[in-house]
Design a protein around this ligand. Structure first.
Ligand SMILES: [Fe+2]
Length: 315
């Protein structure tokens, strides 16, 4: 699959119909698009990767001070392997090599930040850059106030991702992150960096991000060798809002062998809790919608989001 890439310079001009159509085609047909020329993106991502690696090198005891109280409904902070996804045989597989650090972007009082190192500054800088860039794409595909989703009602939710090295050659789970759809509106993804014994290495041929294009039944690898390209893909709430005119992007992350670890960052576009939509999407049959909808058929973003977190939280 050829990844469609457009320049950040062209995002500013929503009157350029050729560019708008190119972006729409990429997101509607393959479910992924790359953006180049994002100002200061490579440096901002590098600063973040350095901080993420510093945080990951702290002891487990220190990191666990920043774990959320999941039972109280919190998700902000440090988390190790708390998600599971069904594999092709229908069995739940826990992503046990995945470490996350969640925080709202821009900063919110409920965010937790480590005191030992400055993760906060580079995390928020990268998150904000991605958040603002993707809003142009949302305008291109019509997710904005024209359909009751004004951008000031969108919240950025960041996720630091550290996929730890796999040293068990018989490990049951071939993926760092099992096949799934993101449950929010839209997702920005920074290109990943890989390390072996502390040294940066190229992305191994077989590992990394794979997506299933909208009209395909097979996963294909996304070429993420160019570290200046920022990716965007579609989430399920985006599909709900758009009544299936755009579809959520199914994706997974394949593990590397040979003790290689991977660092990346995802920025999820959530809606404010009070956003309520009426959808005719096939996803309304999903229990997360069907069991949470109001008498008139509408569903609150909060109900959808909470049900999604509950489903994929490994027990
Ligand atoms: Fe995802």
């Amino acid at each position: 699959m050829k990844l469609e890439i457009i320049s950040h310079n062209d995002l500013i001009d929503s009157a350029n119909t050729a560019i708008v159509n190119k972006a729409k085609k990429a997101l509607f047909e393959s479910g992924i698009i790359g953006i180049r020329d994002v100002p200061r993106f490579v440096e901002t991502n590098r600063d973040y990767i350095n901080a993420a690696r510093q945080f990951s090198s702290l002891s487990k005891n220190i990191k666990e001070q920043y774990a959320p109280d999941r039972d109280a409904g919190d998700t902000e902070g440090y988390e190790q392997g708390a998600e599971w996804f069904k594999d092709q045989n229908g069995d739940w597989q826990i992503d046990d090599k995945k470490i996350s650090y969640y925080a709202f972007v821009p900063d919110q009082p409920q965010n937790k930040w480590p005191r030992e190192i400055d993760l906060k500054t580079p995390y928020l800088a990268l998150g904000k850059l991605i958040f603002e860039t993707g809003k142009h794409l949302l305008n291109f595909i019509g997710i904005n106030d024209s359909i009751g989703i004004p951008h000031h009602e969108l919240a950025g939710y960041g996720r630091m991702l550290h996929y730890q090295k796999e040293n068990d050659t018989h490990a049951h789970n071939p993926n760092w992150c099992g096949a799934h759809f993101d449950h929010g509106v839209f997702t920005g993804l920074a290109p990943a960096y890989y390390f072996k014994n502390g040294e940066e290495v190229e992305e191994p041929k077989e590992s990394g991000l794979y997506i299933m294009p909208t009209n395909s039944k097979e996963f294909i690898k996304v070429d993420a060798a160019d570290k200046s390209i920022l990716f965007f893909q579609v989430g399920e709430f985006g599909q709900l809002i758009m009544n299936d005119h755009i579809r959520a992007t199914k994706h997974l992350v394949k593990k590397a062998k040979d003790n290689i670890e991977r660092f990346t960052f995802a920025l999820f576009y959530s809606c404010s809790d009070n956003i309520v939509i009426h959808s005719t999407s096939e996803l309304t049959k999903d229990a997360r919608y069907a069991d949470n909808k109001l008498a008139d058929g509408r569903v609150y973003y909060k109900k959808w989001g909470d049900a999604s977190f509950a489903r994929y939280r490994a027990r």
